[in-house]
Design a protein around this ligand. Structure first.
Ligand code: AMP
Ligand code: MG
Length: 412
């Protein structure tokens, strides 16, 4: 979007949260560059290509039980029978002999089932007397054998491109013998706080100063194996310094995030600087907390200027930034699950912005989901955000929720 059309845009109503999300997706180009890495380093990374099975799984027929394997041909389960044990099959050491009529082998879980055997009976069901194995009637033939390819057939897709590799996926791919995987390269992200009032941990708190908490929240929020994250520290409320810092960062990083200075105060330079050295796509959303949120570009770098208030930072991150970063890393992502819950505390809001109030979601013994406000909803109030486990999402037009009304909640 050009700067001119943005200026016109500002005279229009605020962007809804949905519109903002759509405009961001439309403006982003997901990463395509990939790197080949060892499977062990791939937890949480996004697959660049679909991985296909190089072999059948199981690769060979093997036993699902500790028991006895034999051929049931010409046999009946109507009466007990006795077979002679002629060998033992451990997992990893197959039986090389020939299994004939009237014979069985002792077999352990994972042991290769001899070619002409079709049944494994668990050891708890038999009686043994030296090499004579007595089977009761009413046992089931043809069971307890893991067949070739019953898990995966050679050539089957194992994990699809754009999947985020879970712990199960790592085990799954290892079971298929996949040693290295092609993943999307990491997204390089830098984040900064802005504000003359900010001091660092270890410094003495004095009147007019506050500890910089936003960089700690962002540090936690950006923990993701797909991100390479740089903490750029604090930028003072100085227009030239902000411009110079953002321009330099934009040359090195895919994404730059700032907090603070995005509003309309006299020391809020973020939007002006973004206009000067890049382009503003939008800078206000009908969202609470989180109205001032500047999104745009500086060169090839995407820029997100988040609000300064600490709860606005975490909320805009969860609702706006997180999906955008996932989209950028080509990560397949489903719409987050919303739950309907019975609200046990009355809630108020003013019309016009979609609110993400912080709540505590619990489940009654009868299974019904209940949610209560977590307390003071100021966007500077971290205590109630810290006590919460979900957002209570209230649409733009809602002004009041009575105790007992149903609301939509989004788990943190
Ligand atoms: P601003 O958007 O810069 O006007 O900031 C809005 C509010 O958020 C002010 O009360 C700031 O002091 C506060 N704030 C801004 N940055 C931070 C930060 N990094 N940590 C904690 N509070 C902040
Ligand atoms: Mg500020």
């Amino acid at each position: 979007m050009s700067i001119e059309s943005c200026v016109i845009y500002e005279k229009k109503p605020l962007l809804s949260v949905n519109e903002a999300q759509e405009r961001i997706s439309a403006a982003l180009t997901p990463l395509t560059q990939s790197e080949l890495i060892p499977l062990k380093h791939a937890f949480g990374r996004t697959l660049a290509q679909t991985i296909y099975a190089p072999n059948n799984l199981p690769f060979a027929r093997n036993s699902a039980m500790d028991g006895y394997a034999f051929s049931s041909q010409e046999m009946s389960t109507n009466s007990p029978f006795t077979l002679t044990q002629i060998g033992v099959v451990f997992a990893g050491s197959p039986f090389n002999g020939q299994l004939n009529k009237g014979e069985c082998v002792r077999i352990f879980t994972g042991g290769i089932v001899p070619d002409n055997a079709d049944s494994v009976i668990m050891q708890e069901q038999v009686n043994t007397q030296d090499s004579s194995i007595h089977f009761p009637s009413d046992i089931q033939f043809g069971k307890n054998i893991r067949q070739i390819g019953e898990d995966v057939c050679v050539g089957d897709p194992l994990c699809l491109a754009h999947k985020t590799l879970s712990a199960i996926d790592l085990g799954f791919l290892a079971s298929a013998g996949i040693e290295n995987v092609n993943v999307i390269r990491k997204l390089n992200i830098a984040y900064f706080s802005t504000g003359d009032e900010l001091i660092g941990l270890g410094e003495k708190l004095t009147i007019g100063k506050i500890y910089d908490s936003n960089r700690y929240s962002l540090h936690g929020l950006l923990q993701n194996p797909n991100y390479e994250v740089f903490d750029g520290g604090v930028i003072a409320d100085n227009r030239d310094l902000l411009k110079q810092t953002l321009q330099q960062a934009a040359e090195k990083f895919d994404v730059v995030i700032t907090t603070g200075g995005a509003s309309v105060g006299d020391a809020d330079y973020v939007k002006d600087v973004l206009t000067e050295c890049g382009s503003v796509n939008f800078w206000k959303i009908a969202m609470k907390p989180g109205k001032p949120l500047a999104f745009g570009r500086i060169g090839h770098c995407y820029f997100f200027g988040l609000p300064g208030n600490p709860v606005a930072v975490t909320t805009t991150f969860d609702i706006i930034l997180k999906p955008a970063l996932r989209y950028l890393t080509s990560t397949y992502s489903k719409k987050p699950l919303l739950f309907s819950a019975c609200c046990t505390t009355p809630l108020n809001k003013s019309r016009g912005r979609q609110e993400f109030q912080r709540g505590i979601l619990t489940q009654r013994p009868d299974g019904v989901l209940e949610v209560a406000t977590s307390g003071h909803q100021g966007s500077h109030v971290l205590s109630s955000a810290s006590a919460a486990n979900c957002y209570i999402i209230l649409d733009e037009d809602v002004t009041h929720v009575a105790s007992g009304d149903c609301v939509n909640v989004l788990l943190f």
